[in-house]
Design a protein around this ligand. Sequence first.
Ligand SMILES: *Cc1c(COP(=O)(O)O)cnc(C)c1O
Length: 383
Amino acid sequence: MGVYLDNHSTTRVDPRVVEVMLPYFTETYGNAASRSHAFGWASEAAVEDARAAIGALIGASPAEIVFTSGATESNNLALKGVAEHHGSRGRHIVTTAIEHKAVLDSCHHLERLGFEVSVVSPGGDGVVDPDAIARAITDRTILVSVMLANNEMGAIQPIEAIGRLTRERKVLFHCDAVQGIGRTAFDVERMGVDLASLSAHKIYGPKGVGALYVRRSRPRVQLIGQIDGGGHERGLRSGTLNVPAIVGFGKACGLMAEEGVAESVRVRGLRDRLLSRLRTSIEGVLVNGDLERRHPGNLNVSFAGVRSDALMGALHDVAVSSGSACTSASLEPSYVLRAMGIDEERAAGSIRFGVGRFTTEEEIEFAARRVAEEARKLRSDQA
Ligand SMILES: *Cc1c(COP(=O)(O)O)cnc(C)c1O
């Protein structure tokens, strides 16, 4: 199927993750909520180990981890759950123009219910200014939501500075940490984060499982669960736990804790090699976003005069994307790049490369050659 450079949309499950999951399909298959027999206890013990591993990666205690079906659900739960609980105190939310659709669309839903949402734009480098967040907060603000690393152009946001000011203003702080986990420092204590969304399949774990970190002290965050049922996950998220996926998620977090720093150095080296190969083989390579404060595996570039849909249509052997997978069904140029002030034509030509754990040097060389080849061809067809 060619070279895979779309690791922001999803990642290959690490074989070490698959291995620890397998017994939980056919041997330890009890319902983790079954309290009356050993099958249930064994599953529950595995879930609690995973909870501890996931918490440890972000500086949280196990009891602060709520399992969900993924970060889309975590983001919905954080925003709607906090809004529902605190709506009588204030009905104003602050977020940014570059958030994932699961945050922005949850905000739109809340607007229809009478909440007011302030959307802060980033600078041309893709980074949001904490002072702009501070200026948007009013005495009616109940929640600020800012992501850790952007999924399209990789910009890493000043979470610690924003955490300091939300603490000062006594406003809850939610962070969609999906893309940044294991690639850049993230610690809920040090950064003053009250809620954080995580997803297993962006860190070499299985799809369909994620978590919401919910702070239990200083302050104790209160929110209303959005899925009612058996009262699982302390009433915050009912539904039988997906034990094999949770076990895999825990392993994926353990691997990130052990290997994430070294892996990021290697991945960044490959990303930089990709950019330098592109720059030497084709003219008019425009990097979107800042290269320094960036997810190590992310490269987002536009090739002057080349549309990304045409380029991707021609590139059958290199998997890349334009914008995010969630919005790539539409032909609209990326709202993230547009919010950075990038013009429509350049945004419509953007290609997102996501280098990952399993990317090799040979794949980088091949991808750079193929992309340059096809981009050159499209330019000469137009001329
Ligand atoms: C992928 C992604 C999500 C959604 O996560 P799912 O687990 O796929 O629902 C949310 N936020 C960001 C930044 C993402 O990259």
